[in-house]
Design a protein around this ligand. Structure first.
Ligand code: 7TS
Length: 416
């Protein structure tokens, strides 16, 4: 009974996504590249259209009606996102994407707070956007970086945590769910251990927030970055959550309009939260679209979203594992908590070639290094194919993926 009440019908909700009616190469589109960005439902497109057609004006700047309405809608969008992850609206900063949210922490906290000899602890499975900013700060500030390794199956070696944390550790940065392996990391444990030695924790929630229930107060993380466009929201949206007391202490990220309280030729004081961190004209329509995306996901229920993907993952794993010469990366679904993301390689077939063959069947997957080159190297590969599922994907699409992989295998065997 509970199962049924928690579930939703992916075939029914596909009608909300106009793009899913497209045909590619004469075949219905099977969009399996959701870890890169998701499709957008009509409700999101409508919310943005309604804004532009009825309320478009700049926010926080004028007394006219449109500006007032735009301001209310944009502030309400912060409220919706805050509620979604258990935060307060002043703790939610809208950014262009998760990358900008992660850079915000490096620039507005790291640049000012970190001193030579300080340590930042990351994992080897970070997406480049939670690695490269810290590499830059290492050059600039002389900090040192340490990394939590993974085992050969791609599971974090948490037993190393106590050894790697030290009195010099200022920040621990950890990917919540891997965009390559789909594994969900035990961030609660990492946060508790980091806090015991007084370090802050930055969680990269870009893959987790769209797929599992996330509660920042329960987690007690200090920062959490996410992508709006990976959770049905428009491109050009993302956000950073940070604890209010940190945001109050921190320097701004970008300087300019709307982020100030007063400016003289001698200096400036900062606007109240979160506007201190949102300089210049914001992506107002994008924020409103993101709020509509949150409404949509809450309507389904995040437990149900996870259950649906979990079923697809188990089915896909079972089907793909039967393909001769395939290598599936990461722990099996019954060995570790995982999202609906599967990276794989097919013996003798380059993942780009495989992706091209699948595309000719209307199946969209990603191939490449997935912006996680250190993890790929650690697991002994340069490139991989990756299928990633979301709410509108069906078992039939997984069947098509498996059949397409079989076909590619046969085609390349004949040619070689
Ligand atoms: N962190 C993780 C874990 C990600 O998966 C991504 C994007 C980012 C950060 C950056 O997000 P953005 O909003 O700035 O783009 N990951 C992917 C991917 O796996 N394929 O394309 C983008």
């Amino acid at each position: 009974m509970t199962e049924i009440m928690r579930g939703f019908d992916p075939d029914a909700l596909r009608k909300d996504f106009p793009i899913l009616a497209r045909r590619i190469g004469g075949r219905p589109l099977a969009y399996l590249d959701n870890a890169a960005t998701t499709q957008k439902p009509r409700q999101v497109l409508e919310a943005m259209r309604e804004f532009y057609e009825q309320r478009n004006a700049n926010v926080h700047r004028a007394v006219h009606t449109l500006s007032h309405e735009a301001t209310l809608a944009y502030e309400a969008a912060h409220q919706r996102v805050a509620e979604f992850i258990g935060a307060s609206p002043e703790e939610i900063i809208f950014t262009r994407n998760a990358t900008e949210a992660l850079n915000l922490v490096a620039y507005a906290w790291g640049l000012w707070e970190l001193r030579e000899g300080d340590e930042v602890l990351l994992t080897v499975m970070e997406h480049h956007s939670n690695l490269v900013p810290w590499l830059a700060l290492r050059r600039l500030k002389g900090i040192s970086l340490k990394f939590i390794d993974v085992d050969d199956r791609g599971r974090l070696r948490l037993e190393e945590l106590t050894r790697l944390l030290s009195s010099r550790t200022r920040l621990v940065g950890c990917i919540y769910a891997s965009n390559v392996l789909g594994t969900i990391n035990p961030v609660e444990e990492i946060i508790a251990a980091a806090h015991r030695i007084g370090a802050l924790v930055l969680v990269d929630g870009a893959q987790a927030v769209p797929h599992i229930p996330v509660d920042v107060r329960g987690l007690d993380c200090d920062f959490l970055a996410a992508s709006g466009h990976k959770m049905l929201g428009p491109t050009g949206t993302g956000f950073l959550y940070a604890k209010r007391e940190l945001l109050e202490e921190m320097e701004p990220f970008l300087y300019g309009g709307d982020m100030i309280e007063t400016v003289t030729l001698e200096g400036a004081t900062w606007n109240r939260l979160p506007w201190k961190f949102e300089a210049g004209t914001a992506n107002i329509a994008g924020g409103i679209g993101l709020a509509a995306a949150v409404d949509y996901l809450e309507g389904l229920g995040m437990e149900a979203v996870y259950d649906h993907e979990r079923r697809l993952l188990e089915f896909a794993w079972e089907r793909l594992a039967k393909v001769e010469g395939i290598r599936l990366y990461g722990p099996a679904p019954d060995e570790a908590p995982r999202l609906g993301i599967i990276s794989f390689n097919l013996e003798g077939v380059h993942p780009h070639d495989l992706a091209m063959v699948l595309d000719s069947e209307g199946i969209a997957i990603r191939s490449g290094h997935h912006c996680a080159q250190p993890l790929m190297a650690r697991l002994g590969m340069e490139f991989a194919a990756r299928a990633s599922f979301y709410i509108y994907n069906t078992e039939e699409e997984v069947e098509r993926l498996a059949a397409g992989v079989e076909e590619a295998k046969a085609a390349f065997r004949v040619r070689s």
